[in-house]
Design a protein around this ligand. Sequence first.
Ligand code: AMP
Length: 355
Amino acid sequence: MTDPLKTGSTIGILGGGQLGRMLSVAAARLGLRTHIFEPGAQPPAGDVAHRITTASYEDTDALEAFARSVDLVTYEFENIPTTALDTIEAITPIHPNRRALGTSQDRLTEKTFLEGIGLTVAPFADITDAASLHDALAGIGAPAILKTRRFGYDGKGQVRIMAAQDADTALAELAGAPAVLEGFIDFTCEISVIAARNPQGEVACFDPGENVHRDGILHTTTVPASIPASLRTDAVLLAGRVLNALDYVGVMGVELFVTPGGLVVNEIAPRVHNSGHWTQNGCTVDQFEQHIRAISGWPLGDGRRHADVTMENLIGDDMDRVPALAADPSCALHLYGKADAKPGRKMGHVNRITS
Ligand code: AMP
């Protein structure tokens, strides 16, 4: 256990999107600096960070210079090349740890791990070719979902199989990528727990939020979720179990399906999460500050919620609604400073206080 990070220290963040931006703002509030590493030009986090390096994840010299300039490194997305992490970790610590990242980067490893710690996941099978898909469908049954093991996000890299005869077309759509087949979960709703753990082993969870997706992208998160108190407790305890098993440091998003038989874990994200944005206006310490506190070895906020909130993502031309939302006193706007409002692009979000 190292000492807590001192004011004036610098946190390196891999990725300069909106999550990196909001992490940078939270760090600045605590008197800490951020240095963003991002291959793309003019990233949203660049406007608010202390420093930015524009370089590719294959650029070892740039990665080494970045690692030397910071006190520790964190990340805002999962798909960081292993070689880049090796280069950085030889110089400075990375939180959350490599095991958490490796586990969540691959759906097969992730499900195997979750099942191994006694949690329920959808029935799943490793798919390597047409024969394994046919065998898996015979066992799991249709409908089912074929998902790439890696690089899936916002519903991308997955195909629904409604009947066994759709199998070959589904496999062709994934173009040979290693995949898993998942049984279809008939859920009553989707919730997520945003949980945090610091190096001292303290764990704090935010109230589970209820998530609604549109076209595979998160549309709204509402707190409180419309679930019984007992399930809320189950969800929070389950998230704590995941964090402890991974000796995790930082904030994690745990996505769950609520079913009549209990909670089924969909996936875990080793980072701040879109479904935790409501905490910015619903809690004293939000998920971004909580992550900075956790990786810096500071005490955690307790996660208590002081308002009912609905978070709505502003995607593409939802930006046309900004003037009206700005005039609504129940709404807190969070815009990411992105220039082009392309369809499907997350441009900002709004937290509406509902009581
Ligand atoms: P994912 O990228 O795995 O989080 O999946 C995106 C969305 O697809 C989820 O939020 C669910 O709405 C739906 N989905 C994914 N997996 C399943 C499943 N096994 N059963 C039912 N719905 C699913």
